[in-house]
Ligand binder design. Structure first.
Ligand SMILES: *Cc1c(COP(=O)(O)O)cnc(C)c1O
Length: 406
């Protein structure tokens, strides 16, 4: 039987310097060599078993990388100082000036801005496509295309990429498929479905405590070593290095990831199902009304559920803002961007995390002003939460007191 990602994580075992059950934290930026020859060899790229300088690697960062490659089932992984640090390093490593990228049009705002605006400096052009239309993706391929990029479940509209079909297409044309799996750790395993490189913002579910920013690139040993190359590696040269103390704390938080993901999913499913029944426009992949429902069922690891993200369209920005303020006042969560926290976080993506995307394009992809993105928390009693959220909606005339939309 296929080994499960959560078992792979469970099976990792480290011994600290003094036999501690947690690995020792490396508290050094630089490392001594017993011979000058060894230092020369290390610079020449023979780094096996040797630490040189923490921007290149450190024991704590390698431990965390090991856990993340076990999570995604890749040969190895490099951790970075942020999700954007991972994304930009991968793009810069794969693309030269004048090259071409095919990307889903519904992606994280920062990634979109990097591709659309920043890469102009290098004349790298990106075709933003509807990633659910495989023919449109294939049609966009040119001789200069250096990667196909998508999010497994996209931000903020929860579009589901058919990673299997995209991987088949990518292989046929010998183009790497890069997948940002930030929204669906454990529930979707892109590398097992054929993706070449898997990226996470660890800032979200994987760390889960909203206390730091970090990222990871999971991939082949050759690609990840290339990123660290002292002469040509985008990871090494752009310098997005995660601090060892943070790496150690993220590794400890990862141990509860499987429990947290199940609870996030269970709670989000409960709210989505009930609010849809109340007549609200809810987007959540477990719902039959969701455009990617069938696709995600064919891709996901079912025991972790459909994830912690959900959106509700309450009709207007004014109503969305009033509802978010009221829910915060009632302690139902925080009016904040980001996701994966123990408490529910909500924001209006059109005016916050996706504001990099021009209004016309937002409209085209179905991102309306009244849309609220929820990252559902680990609430113990989600039935009570549902009742309290409903009360807020009734008070603001989003729902009427009987169970339907106004
Ligand atoms: C937050 C996020 C990022 C960026 O990660 P940072 O850690 O903030 O740099 C990238 N992709 C997705 C899907 C995200 O949600």
């Amino acid at each position: 039987m296929n080994h499960k990602a959560s078992d792979n994580l469970q099976d990792l075992q480290y011994f600290g310097e003094f036999g501690g059950v947690n690995p020792s934290v490396s508290d050094s930026s630089t490392y001594t060599f017993l011979s000058a020859k060894k230092m020369f060899d290390t610079f020449e790229g023979n780094t096996e078993g040797c630490y040189l300088y923490t921007r290149h690697s450190s024991p704590s960062n390698l431990y965390l990388g090991e856990a993340l490659s076990a999570l995604e089932g890749t040969e190895t992984a490099n951790v970075t100082a942020s999700g954007m640090g991972a994304i930009t390093a991968v793009i810069m490593q794969l693309c030269d000036a004048e090259d071409h990228i095919i990307s889903s049009r519904t992606i994280y705002g920062g990634t979109y801005a990097f591709m659309k605006n920043f890469l102009k400096k290098f004349n790298v052009e990106t075709s933003f496509v509807d990633i659910t239309k495989i023919e449109a993706v294939e049609k966009a391929i040119t001789p200069k295309t250096k990667m196909i990029y998508c999010e497994s479940v996209s931000n903020p509209l929860l579009e589901v990429a058919d990673i299997k079909a995209l991987a088949t297409l990518a292989k046929k044309h010998d183009i790497p498929l890069v997948v940002d799996n930030t929204f669906s750790p454990l529930s979707i395993s892109p590398a097992k479905l054929g993706a070449d490189i898997v990226i996470h913002s660890l800032t979200k579910f994987i760390n889960g405590t909203s206390d730091c920013v970090a990222g990871v690139v999971c991939g082949s040993t050759a690609f990840c070593l290339g990123l660290k190359d002292v002469n040509h590696g985008a990871g090494m040269l752009l310098g997005s290095t995660l601090d060892s103390l943070r790496a150690a704390s993220i590794l400890k938080n990862m141990r509860t990831l499987h429990i947290r993901m199940k609870k996030h999913s269970e709670n989000a499913h409960y709210l989505a199902w009930n609010f849809e029944k109340d007549g609200l426009r809810v987007v959540y992949p477990s719902l039959k009304s969701h455009s990617g429902h069938e696709v995600i069922k064919g891709l996901m690891n079912h025991e972790y559920g459909f994830g912690g993200l959900m959106t509700i369209d309450v009709g207007s920005l004014e109503k969305a803002n009033a509802l978010m303020e009221l829910m915060q006042k009632k302690k139902l969560g925080y009016l904040a961007v980001s996701l994966g926290f123990y408490k529910t976080l909500f924001s209006a993506p059109g005016t916050s995390t996706s504001s990099e995307i021009p209004i016309e394009e937002q409209k085209e992809m179905g991102l309306s002003n009244g849309l609220i993105r929820f990252s559902i928390g680990l609430d113990h009693d989600i039935h009570r939460t549902y009742g309290m959220m409903r009360d807020c909606m009734v008070q603001l005339n989003i729902l009427n007191a009987k169970t339907s939309m106004v």
